[in-house]
Write a protein that binds this ligand. Sequence first.
Ligand code: 5GP
Ligand code: ZN
Length: 114
Amino acid sequence: MKDCLFCKIIKGEIPSNKVYEDQDILAFYDIEPAAPIHILVIPKKHITSLAHLEKEDEVIIGKIYGVINKIADEKGFKDNGYRVIVNCGKDGGQEVMHLHFHLLAGRQLGEKIV
Ligand code: 5GP
Ligand code: ZN
């Protein structure tokens, strides 16, 4: 989608530090890390937010979790653990309106919200 920051990253119009890529999914390091490891995992299809998910998109969500586990394994933090966060909409604190999964690891993460 035009004017979407993450679509521009997918197209290579804005550079990113890539961690993983296949035909459906891209993972890259967050520009402002909130943990020693902070990776964003996104579908290449522009999906505005979790609230905009269509039935056909549910397969890609499953694949994203598979990619997250693959990254955790390859980067060596699968055993220590990690946190996956999806911010959705205004109250959820979503700033970039292209669905993304924050993958945080590398330290004991405090501030349990739920
Ligand atoms: P949100 O608040 O929408 O859940 O998260 C958006 C995330 O995108 C933030 O953690 C922010 O640091 C990250 N971000 C914003 N702009 C860029 C960018 O140009 N490149 C990268 N790699 N991350 C970005
Ligand atoms: Zn987009």
